[in-house]
Design a protein around this ligand. Structure first.
Ligand code: SF4
Length: 505
């Protein structure tokens, strides 16, 4: 079932703690699903295996995969402060957690192979994928192919023989049923938007129940009017602004009213204001960079106060992330500074109201929907162009709102910004999401600023955004795996990076 991205789940979200959305936040959510599958009954032993050539093999201990999984296994959520102490807390709760790097063979670059052992109970085997920006999929359960993405209430029943028609009918009354045949028999997967009132009494070998772990629940058949640029342009005969189109999309996708969608983005602005106010950058243990943001204030720089403020705010949000403060992945943790930092700088420069900041973020969010629908936010799949590159395209739309551009020009600005970032690789130093990540966030903001001014001046985008995104996806997938967040190429393998890695170990 093709899922339509949600602005708050996939694009401007999750609200989180930790260095990486595709590693820390997705791991918390995967851990949460495993906790539900086991009904949190201990004592548990959970083994995670990663292929030796995967991104997870090199990043699981430096980008919070291990802490996130442990935190999820004990029921923590992505925004909780203690996530980065997950391993210690899980140990105190009696869980045994193991990580192994093996030669598993060609696979998704962010695949988790999991074995759960419980005393006196059936072992559980599953394969989970982190799909970018904190999103995930359980792709296999007990050797059956499944697609559990955390947005539905689900029942999974495994039987060795087919259910009787009456029992099957019972299940169909609960939600959408899929039937999968495998070597252990038949798996019936029931997905529902609402909690199950009662679980039918039928014969089964194994049964699992799940509740949503995402902040916006999924809908079985959301009737979204557009998910691509071509569709939105056809739809927009009333010449609505991009933020209004974002409200319409998310309202239908989420079931929230349009007013609630705007309010929810306002809540995110409040959360970011609070994080900026509260968070001192004094947690520098295990980091490459000490606080940089203060260095830019009041310096004689080219470009004036707007540029100074953009560099300051983008850096502040990246520092909050690195210091384990609460922030919003937009679209990912590694790129969390670009859009939010630019919107805060524009707000300071042009005295924007909170509501205008929220509208700018929604305009950015809709561009993110198009990118997520046609491509990915996963650097492990498409390099940094899918993180800081995507953020730059989104940021151009946020800037376009402040400049008062219409939807078509805003989308053109996003297309021009994305065209400028093709081929951007992911090569973090010492597997930390700090260097060159900070500079790429700032570059993404500057690229957005140039692109929006080009769009405002009537420059021709030439390649429409849909085509740009598809081309960017193809370029990303053709990057060698060494340049897709594995720490095996680019800056990651320079002598200085190697030295820093040793020093931080
Ligand atoms: S280089 Fe880009 S994609 Fe890679 S970790 Fe840094 S921000 Fe993320």
């Amino acid at each position: 079932m093709k899922q339509y991205p949600s602005i708050f789940n996939d694009v401007i979200g999750p609200v989180m703690v930790g260095p990486s959305s595709s590693h820390t936040a997705a791991s918390v959510r995967i851990g949460n699903v495993i906790r539900q599958l086991t009904k949190a009954e201990g004592p548990l032993s959970v083994s995670f295996e990663f292929d030796k050539n995967s991104s997870l093999a090199s990043t699981y201990s430096t980008q919070g995969v291990d802490q996130g999984l442990a935190a999820g296994l004990i029921g923590m959520q992505t925004h909780q402060k203690k996530i980065m102490q997950g391993l210690e807390l899980a140990k105190q709760a009696g869980l045994k957690i193991f990580f192994n790097i093996k030669d598993i063979g060609p696979d998704h670059p962010n695949a988790y192979h999991v074995l759960v052992q419980r005393k006196g109970k059936e072992d559980i085997r599953l394969k989970a994928l982190s799909t970018g920006g904190g999103m995930f999929e359980i792709a296999e359960l007990q050797y059956f192919p499944v697609s559990i993405t955390g947005g539905f209430f689900e029942i999974l029943i495994i039987t060795s023989t087919p259910l009787r028609p009456k029992s099957k009918q019972c299940l169909e009354g609960l939600g959408e049923v899929t039937e999968t045949f495998g070597k252990r028999g038949i798996l019936y997967n029931i997905k529902s938007q609402t909690p199950f009132k009662e679980i039918p009494i039928i014969d089964f070998d194994e049964m699992y129940t799940l509740s949503p772990v995402l902040s916006i629940a999924s809908q079985l058949r959301p009737n979204v009017p557009f998910a691509t640029v071509e569709e939105v342009i056809k739809y927009n005969i009333e010449n609505l602004q991009l933020w209004e189109l974002a409200c319409i999309y998310e309202s239908i996708r989420s079931g929230l009213s349009k007013e609630k969608v705007l309010d929810k983005m306002g809540d995110i602005i409040d959360l970011l204001i609070e994080s900026l106010d509260k968070h001192m950058d004094n947690d520098i243990a295990g980091r490459i960079l000490q606080s940089q943001s203060k260095n830019i204030i009041g310096k004689n720089i080219l470009g004036g106060s707007l540029i100074e403020n953009i560099i300051y705010y983008v850096t502040r949000f990246m520092e909050i992330k690195s210091a384990n403060g609460i922030f919003v992945a937009a679209p990912t943790a590694g790129s969390c500074g670009c859009v939010a930092g630019t919107v805060f700088a524009l707000a300071k420069e042009y005295e924007l109201s909170k509501i205008d900041m929220a509208k700018s973020m929604l305009a950015a969010g809709l561009i993110g929907v198009f990118i997520a629908y046609l491509s990915t936010f996963s650097a492990e799949v498409c390099g940094c162009q899918a993180e800081c590159g995507a953020a730059s395209g989104m940021c151009a739309a946020a800037c376009a709102h402040v400049l008062g551009l219409d939807a078509e020009k805003s989308i053109a600005a996003a297309s021009m910004a994305l065209q400028n970032v093709f081929g951007m690789v992911c090569d973090p130093v010492a597997n930390r999401v700090e260097v060159p990540c900070l500079g790429k966030n700032i570059m993404g903001a500057m690229n957005a600023l140039s692109s929006v001014n080009m769009a405002a001046a009537g420059f021709d985008q030439v390649i429409p955004l849909d085509e740009t995104i598809k081309a960017m996806d193809a370029v990303g997938k053709s990057l060698p795996m060494e340049l897709r967040c594995t720490g095996l190429g680019g800056l990651s393998i320079t002598p200085t990076a190697q030295r820093i890695k040793v020093e931080l170990t």
